[in-house]
Design a protein around this ligand. Structure first.
Ligand code: NDP
Length: 338
């Protein structure tokens, strides 16, 4: 009997904030498995901010998703049938299989997860792409030193929560910036940050200045916009900015209203000799993944890192959950459970 599977494709390109109409849920028959192929059943789908970029045309570091094509994304799957020598039924694998309930794969790009992994979804978060991003961006570009002040934007998210905790392990004073009092309380009480400031507050610049009495030595940039504007006046001489993401701008369709911020930004970078460096995690650091995995694995085992995941149930929930991610509705690494 033919088995059907579900997939979510890009139906149209968003103008500004994505809407549910930009996605289409389809049901199709699964092709028959051929020699050298495995059939995967998706268990956990990762939703990440970079997917917004793939929905738009225009130049970027990666090609856009074509209209009518399956949305891209990392996922944890279980092998449910195998005609491939390297994969057995029951194996759990990580792969960029996209927004679909089942995938037929030749095995290319799949990594079998160790059976010892406490929680398979960790391979999408703390031990996966977001964790790797936090680790390399902070340590290689941020170069935090004991006693310095590290500020991290989107501080309770998949990347930011780890940036702050790694900076604490390096002996820094850590100030998070997050949306709302619940997230800020979590950053201080659960993640161990020294302070956290709510970016929805109209007094963000003053509150950030109070939380950073010695200025800012490392600013881990995840959002841009008004948050960056609050940070820049506080940067110390020789500060470092790992430029990781600009989520506040991902849905923008025009330049921000008001005075042009770039002259102040550039003057600060010049006079305070600030290093600002963008990075794309696997393009720039792919070769250092084993170092990260060993260190993060050890920290987790020693109980030095806490990691919150936000699990949303049901494949059809993915578009709404993704739209929410761009508005701060997630609280921790966003994962869809199928
Ligand atoms: P998160 O889990 O942090 O989720 C996104 C968060 O961004 C939201 O929860 C929200 O948190 C915050 N946010 C959304 N809109 C705004 C806004 N307008 N102003 C301020 N904050 C906002 O996502 P990730 O940790 O996965 O990603 C964080 C950043 O890192 C993103 O910019 C992403 O693109 C980037 N990234 C870059 C990589 C690279 O290779 N360069 C790799 C991976 C991620 P809150 O409620 O606290 O505002």
């Amino acid at each position: 009997m033919t088995q059907n599977y579900q997939r979510i494709v890009l139906a149209s390109r968003p103008h500004g904030t994505p809407t549910l109409d930009n996605f289409r849920l389809e049901e199709l028959p699964l092709p028959e498995l051929q020699d050298g192929e495995v059939l995967l059943k998706t268990l956990h789908l990762s939703l990440d901010p970079y997917m917004r970029g793939r929905m738009s045309e225009g130049p970027s570091y990666a090609a856009p998703v074509a209209l009518g094509e399956v949305m891209v994304g990392g996922a944890i799957s279980e092998v449910i049938a195998s005609r491939h020598a390297e994969f057995a039924v029951g194996d759990r694998v990580l792969g960029y299989t996209g927004w679909q309930s089942h995938t037929i794969s030749t095995g290319s790009g799949l990594t079998v997860l160790p059976a010892t992994l406490a929680q398979p979804s960790w391979a999408l978060g703390v031990l996966g792409m977001p964790g790797f991003t936090a680790y390399m961006g902070l340590l290689d570009i941020g170069q935090p030193k004991s006693g310095e002040t590290v500020v991290v934007a989107a501080g309770t998210g998949a990347v930011g929560s780890l940036v702050g905790q790694i900076a604490k392990l390096k002996g820094c004073r850590v100030v998070g910036i997050a949306g709302g009092t619940t997230k800020c309380r979590y950053a201080v009480e659960e993640l161990g940050f020294d302070a956290c400031v709510d970016h929805h507050s109209s007094t963000l610049p003053a509150q950030l200045a109070l939380a950073c009495p010695d200025g800012i030595d490392v600013y881990f940039e995840n959002v841009g916009g008004p948050v960056l504007q609050a940070v820049v006046p506080l940067l110390n001489t020789s500060a470092r900015i790992p430029l990781c993401g600009l989520i506040a701008q991902y849905n923008s369709t025009e330049l921000p209203a008001g005075p042009d911020f770039s002259p102040l930004l550039l003057r600060t970078l010049l006079t305070r000799r600030v290093t600002l460096k963008g990075f794309i995690i696997f393009d720039d650091y792919g070769h250092r993944y084993p170092e990260f995995a060993a260190q993060m694995g050890a920290w987790l085992q020693e109980g030095k890192i806490r990691y919150r995941e936000d699990h949303v149930q049901g494949f059809a929930s993915a578009p709404q959950a993704f739209i929410g991610l761009l508005e701060g509705k997630n609280f921790g690494k966003l994962v869809i459970d199928l």
